[in-house]
Structures are given as structure tokens and as C-alpha cells.
Design a protein around this ligand. Sequence first.
Ligand code: SF4
Length: 492
Amino acid sequence: MAGQLLSKSKILSGWQCHKRLWLELHEPDKAIETPSMRRAFAIGHEVGRVVTQLFPDGILIGPEDPDELPDLDAALDETRERLAGPGPLTLFEATLQYGGVLVRCDVLVRDALGDIRLVEVKASTKVKPVNYIDCAVQTWVLAGAGLHPVRVELAHIDNQFVYAGNGDYAGLFAFEDLTDRVAPMLENVPDWVHLYQEVIAGPMPPIEVGPQCRNPFDCPFLAHCRPEDPPYPTRLLPGGGKAVWQLLADGVEDIRDIPPGRLTSEIQERVRRVTAAGQAELRPDAAALLGTLGWPRYFLDFETVSFPVPVWAGTRPYQALPFQWSCHVQRESGELRHREWLAEGDGPPMREFAETVIDALGDTGPVFVYTGFEARILKELADRFVDLAGPLSAIGSRLVDLHPVARASYYHPDMLGSWSIKKVLPTIAPDLDYAGLGDVQEGGAASEAFLGLMDPETSAERRETLRADLLRYCKLDTEALVRLRDFLAGAS
Ligand code: SF4
């Protein structure tokens, strides 16, 4: 297979891992696309769609639908014909081939002087090392095809951009000039091409899983490459790091097999010790801390959605925007009440969210949360709605984060190195079960469900299901907090 035509994406796969490249060519059906990979593709398409608005005279080469595979021969022909014409020109997905490599360029601009500008578009918020490789390969192919870009740019999302509304996305992208960084890499491209063609032609490279499996991209062959997990996988030790990869390289797959004294991180060593002992550990410090807090007690959880391309005026790319809350209120009498709010999905939910939260949280009493997420959202709401800043800040000052308390005081071997509430809950309250919920069992799925509510095409029946799933999920999160506080305080 030596001399096989390589696409730019194949070269990037080879750069990440030779085995990935080999598998993509020889055993593509072993790849498993995860929901987060699907989300990343959808985000890439959305960002690509918006960038075309910034080049109003641009001509698309190939199909309108980004999911549709292009006819590459037709795309090569059309690109050649367009470029053969005179004058300024902007092409989207210009398709060129040279030296055994085929590239499709996000944006290719030829100005009135004939100067060529190449723009690679990314949904990320900064330049990454892999982007230089990406641009170098394209520049090399363009040069080989007789086009010599005078400027090579990466357009990435500027996360400080604030959307003014009315579809005005000027300023959404930061255009970084990579020309000087890419130029010295061009002489390496033929070697990469030769190397990767040899990889493809040879046997499967004997590469073990390692840090490369998630960097710079999540590899879709991870489930295929990863050996079956033992009951307490070493790879799940909190914080990961070199020590963990070294243990795996030494064949220590199960936490129980890690020799005492091998781990230097306090938390990793605690996980090892508790797992080896096979018994949960609850330290008394948590009870002392939690016992001093008064009544009533509030247990609060938010759900948020974010957009790479903002849809509501006054918001930034990737900003977490709250659309739902759940709150359990516990009184000294033992009474436990539940309140909740979920946006309809027909407009920006932030104002009503803030007003309803203020109404539900009263004036006094600790507000238990899990992680610092709710604090950040309250702060952002206070910045956004100045007239509500006082009560929102007052709620913020009452927050008690149970996550660091649990992390410092409690571990059960079945948590498998994680203090996420989904891992902690089954070990302290097996009667509460996220697996018994509908399609929404984690935050990413909650965001997806809310996007379904926002979509005018969603049927009334589906809408009802989505709302019910979201409400059950968020309610379980705060029920879990009630149980966790009681457990840590020694009340159960
Ligand atoms: S999972 Fe890891 S080792 Fe396997 S192909 Fe992907 S990057 Fe390579």
C-alpha cells in the first residue's frame, strides 16, 4: 500500500499515534464514536458555518451538508477551474492534491494582487501545537500546487467576544498569524508523508495505550486498544499523571497490586490504602465542620448550556448559561421540601432563573452545593443583572461546598478514584440510582436535552419527555446532596 493518498486528517492521526492511523485504514469498524466526539463534530460544523458569513463572496466547493461526503474528483476539478479564473476569489473547502496528500482548506482567499491567504478554522479558543502541523500540511500542498500563501492564519473562537445580537458575529473569531511558525516546518512534510505511508503499508504498530490516546484528540479506538479493566483499575487513580502511566507500563493494572510506598501523592495513596483494605474510610473531621451549620438547610444544583456560537445577546462563546435549578429545603423539624424551575426553551432563561433562585433560597441558612460551579454561575448572574446583584451575592456567601469535604473525609473502594456525586451516591445511598433515570443521567445529556427543548421542531410529546427527564435528573442531584451531608455529618 506504499504511496497511498493521504488526507490531512490521516496525517494528523499518524502524528497522534501510528497505530491509530493504521487502524483507520485497515480496521475502521473498530472505531467507536462517543457522544462527546459527536458533539465536537457538530460544534465544528456550526463554527464552520458561521465563519462563512464573514466572507460573503465565498464560494463553497462540494456539498452544502457538512455530513455529506464530497465527490473528491469533482471538488478537485472545480477548485482548479475556479482558481484558473482571474481576479479576487474566496473558496470554502478548496480541494487540492500534491505529493500524495489531499487537503480541503476551510477558507482560501486570493486578493486583487493575486496574494493567497489560507485560513484554518477551529472551534477551540486558542492555538494548539497540532494546529501548526495542520497548517503546515495544507501550506505544503498549496505550494506544490503552485499557490504560495503569503499569510497562513488560524481562526479560533475568541472567548471574550460578547454577542450583540441580530446575527452579528464580527469579532467572534481571533485570526492568529501562523505564517512564520509554519514556514520552517514545510521541509518536514515530505518525511511525514513517507513515514505514514510506510506505517500504513506495514503491520499494525505494537503501541500500548498511553497519554497519546487523549491528546490532542480523544482516540475512537480507545475501547479497542484498552485491555479489559480489572475490578479496581490503576488508570483511574485520581489526578492520573506520570506515576500512573509508569505503573501501567510496569504491568500494575489493579490498584490493589500497587506496592505500598510507591505512590507519593497523598490522595492516590489513600485510594490505594482504602482499596487494598476493601473497606470505606470516613474521617470524623467532616462531622465537626458540618455540625456547626444552622437551619434551614438548602441543597442546590444548577444545570447549564453553552454555545460555541452565542445565540443570546450579551453572552460569550462557551459561557455556561443556567436553564434549570433544583433545591431541597430541610428544616430542623425534619421536614424536607423540594422546589425546582426549568426554562421553557423559548428565549434567554438567565433573568427568570436568577429571580426564581432568589425567591426559593430565603435569607438565612447554609446552601449546600457540590463543586464551585454554582458559585461561579451566581457570580456571573450578579454581574449580568446589577439590580439582582445584592441578593445573588448574599446567596453566594451562604454556599457550602460538600465536594472538598467529601474528598478530604471519605472514600469507598467502589468510587474507583472519583468523588463525582454519581460515584459517591451508590456507596452511601444505594436506593438512589442515576441508572434508573431516563435519557438524562449526566450534565452533558442535560444540555443536549435542553437544546431539544429550544428546537422549535421538537414535538410536544418529545418535549414533555425531555422536561420530565430533566426534572427527575436535577431533583436526584439535590436529593443526593441531602443524603451526602447527612452521611458526612454522621447522621445516617
Ligand atoms: S487508543 Fe491509543 S494506542 Fe490505540 S490507536 Fe488510539 S491513540 Fe493509539
